[in-house]
Design a protein around this ligand. Structure first.
Ligand code: UDP
Length: 194
């Protein structure tokens, strides 16, 4: 799996389908996985914030989220295959979780939005085991939430705090667990909840 580096960010040059296949394999081999879907805003922010940049370097996969990234890759003469929207990867992962009856934790967004998101998930993907869920307005530095999530041993965890908050939280969480896919999904719960 080849990489294309844009402003220091090593993007995985895979199609949506290839990303999902790679994630599915890691799920089945039980390897913990930090997935980042990086849009141009994230790339620019990482350029100006070395701590955040270092955090992104811990990711197992970085997906090119946005046409701006694809255009930049072409301009640099190292074309990326296609745009891989974070929202679509989330839908693909939920599909896999449903088929494989996986345990999924949802964290982030406003209280009302997370409740609506969970009802949507139950409706659309009835075989997903909901490990738990929580809104995103708590003290992100409080270790209690990580403890609570860890206890449920989720196979996937979707974190919707917006960047850079979600990647910071995930990096902290992942250093304490030994399995599961974690991904920051920005405003995806707002979209999914309708
Ligand atoms: N959010 C959250 N906790 C916070 C800040 C934001 O759960 O402390 C949620 C917010 O409700 C929304 C999502 O994160 O569902 C994305 O927020 P925002 O649009 O501010 O971030 P961006 O998409 O611009 O990164």
């Amino acid at each position: 799996n080849s990489k294309v580096t844009i402003l220091g960010i090593p993007f995985d040059n895979m199609t949506r389908k290839e990303f999902l296949k790679a994630l599915y394999e890691r799920l089945n081999t039980g390897q913990k996985t930090f997935l980042v879907t990086a849009n141009p805003e994230i790339v620019m922010y990482a350029r100006d914030n070395p701590d955040y940049y270092q955090l992104l370097m811990q990711a197992d996969f970085i997906a090119p989220d946005g046409i701006g990234i694809v255009k930049a890759s072409h301009a640099l003469g190292t074309p990326i295959k296609e745009r891989v929207p974070g929202f679509e990867l989330m839908l693909g992962l939920l599909e896999i979780a449903d088929l494989e009856k996986k345990n999924v934790y949802f964290i982030g967004a406003e209280e009302e939005i997370i409740e609506l998101t969970i009802s949507e998930v139950k409706k659309k993907w009835p075989d997903i085991k909901i490990a738990g869920y929580h809104h995103g307005y708590f003290n992100h530095a409080d270790p209690e939430m990580i403890k609570k999530v860890k206890k449920t041993e989720p196979d996937m965890i979707f974190v919707a705090f917006g960047f850079p908050r979600q990647e910071k939280w995930i990096s902290n969480y992942l250093s304490q667990v030994d399995h599961g896919i974690a991904v920051g999904v920005g405003g995806s719960f707002d979209v999914l909840s309708g």
